[in-house]
Design a protein. Sequence first.
Length: 320
Amino acid sequence: MTRASDVSAYTTAVEGRIRALSRAHTILSLSRWQGADMRGLVEEELAPYRTGETAKVETAGPNVSLQPAAAQSLALALHELVTNAAKYGALSSMSGRVHLSWELNPGTLVLKWTESGGPATQAPSSPGFGTRIITASIEGQLAGQTLFNWRPEGLQCTISVPRDDMTPVKGRNGHANPDAIAAPPSTITVAGNRIMIVEDEALVAMALRESLDEMGFSVLGPFNRISEAMIALRNNHIDAAVLDVNLGGEMIYPLADVLAADHVPFIFITGYGAEEIEPRYTGVPVLQKPIESDALKSVFVRTPAISGSIAAAPGRRMVG
């Protein structure tokens, strides 16, 4: 999608965007894809523009853990803002300054990017490609909001992201924000040891399998298509399942219907809110991505095996 006037400019633009995502992925990989620290993400994305004796970029805000989708989208947005500032805005002059702050409101994380001391600015006749990337990343990917205020003294951009895309973590004062601690999901009872994973995001699936392995479960999968999971289900027995609600646009409910009919317990995992689940599955536990090991441990409760009755235990599927 990147456009440029020549090959050199095109290469520079593409490489910059790849590096922005790469920095976000590096932070996520260090946490085993559990989340990205907001401060760390900001430092990584703005580091190339914070050199020199005079601080041209100032940042302030609470410690927040971003889910992968939010981290990647915000990384792109910050990259576009700082690149624009370096080319045309406050960072293109010696006297220019940028102040980035963020705060947690009841329903949103709000970021404010404020430029000052640079060349006089005015609203463009039409949104540039960088602006469209920011809008698409924040509004299209995260269902957030963006507001651009082209003041004469410098651009001010306000970005709002729903708080279900992040979780507060202990900051430098050692306290977490209690407002965003979600109620724990209900538990399900597992009568055996075999759990199926159906998840189409490779890194999420790998993390799930690793966590369940560490908990002592025998894992079937992961599968990234309902058809593959159905075939595996016909030829294996399972005691419980972890189901991604949306497999690349394919909803998981046909498989969930089969499991429910066979009394096999399962949980849903999703990058969206529990309100997105069909009403008939209101009672099914829902975990938000990224999935933490502690969350899995809290939702799966084992029952002691009853000697001589495993094959007839309820909730087990024996086929093939």
